[in-house]
Design a protein around this ligand. Sequence first.
Ligand SMILES: Cc1cc2nc3c(=O)[nH]c(=O)nc-3n(C[C@H](O)[C@H](O)[C@H](O)COP(=O)(O)O)c2cc1C
Length: 411
Amino acid sequence: MALSASGSFKGRRVLLCVTGGIAAYKTPELVRRLVKAGCEVEVILTRAAEKFVARLALSTLSGQRVWREEDLLSDEHGFEIPHIRLAEWAEAAVVAPCTANTAAVLAQGRADGLIGAALLATRAPVLIFPAMNAHMLEHPATQENLRTLAGRGVRVVEPAVGALACGEEGRGRLPEPEEIAEEVFRALTPKDMVGLHVLVTAGPTREYLDPVRFISNPSTGRMGLAMAREAWRRGAEVRVVLGPIEAHCSLHGLEIIPVVSALEMRDAVMDSLSWAQAIVKAAAVGDYRAKERAERKVKREGREEISLELTQNPDIAAEVGRAKHPDQILIGFAAETDDLLHNARAKLERKGLDAILVNDVLAAGCGFASETNTLRLICPVGEDEVFSGLKEDVARAVWSSLVGRGLFPMR
Ligand SMILES: Cc1cc2nc3c(=O)[nH]c(=O)nc-3n(C[C@H](O)[C@H](O)[C@H](O)COP(=O)(O)O)c2cc1C
């Protein structure tokens, strides 16, 4: 199945309410990301927010007019009943940044502005991102308001810790636009993996020969992280044992266990085995490591040739396959260059896997370092399926198929 290469959230409708904190400067970038993912975005600004971010920037990036709080009762727009129209239109409503003042307005259920009224009227999930001076955040009044909102089912996303605009250090920073966008995508995703514990391995391993040289492979971790991200969006708790990669995406919401070598990856996976209900082995684990690792840098002088003696690393998937309980699901990946189907089916059986995803790493637009992939899903029973597209879209289709096949007994 060729998956559409357009934005993964095409036509999904997001209401963004921007309130008067200095962090409002991050919202044009947030709108850009949502629109790039295919979302339609309507924006409401408070009067205070207009001091911190330009309406023109937000209307240009969203391609829509930007609403004002007073449009609730304006002669010009009041007749459109904008609070009801926006409330019913939205599939997710986001307040970012959310000031202490707006948190109080929402906690009281006030409807004297467009934001308060629209958020009372909507049935869409509401997410708020409080951002303020650390003392304002810690104040019992603010804390009580945030607890009240959380108790009503609003997702209150913890502010980040760091340098605040007021010059202090502490909790109160608005998360980065990429992280806010991730929360929005999660809110827009149907939750069919709620509470499932998913352990994913991703990225390459490095097998050091001496302190400055290693054997590795070109894995970027993209496919494994796409699987992790999609499981998180569907409501799973996700732990990622991650080999050394260049940062290329937000790890927001994922519990990351960083490792370097195959031995470290094996230990981290075995430590998490009793926690996991589904294990996805997407890392490109080195099959061999140096038999002896030099303590100090190996010098070239006087050595025309050197020989490396390698020894085999443990086969983590096979070890997990032997150790796992029957109700734990093990999903493997196979990066093959020859005889794909035969090798993948043999691996499925030999390693006790419940499913294997195989790709031809020599094919164009596939495998290592590519943003796209073509994967064949093979299970012991049922038809094979082939998915092709952006790794993010392939991951979504793979989880849909696995959930649809009833692979998770607790669902
Ligand atoms: C320079 C400046 C920065 C501000 N930053 C914040 C902030 O980050 N968070 C916050 O809760 N209030 C902040 N305030 C105070 C709000 O702007 C003020 O409470 C306003 O009434 C909020 O209105 P609104 O919730 O309708 O947007 C700031 C005020 C100023 C002057």
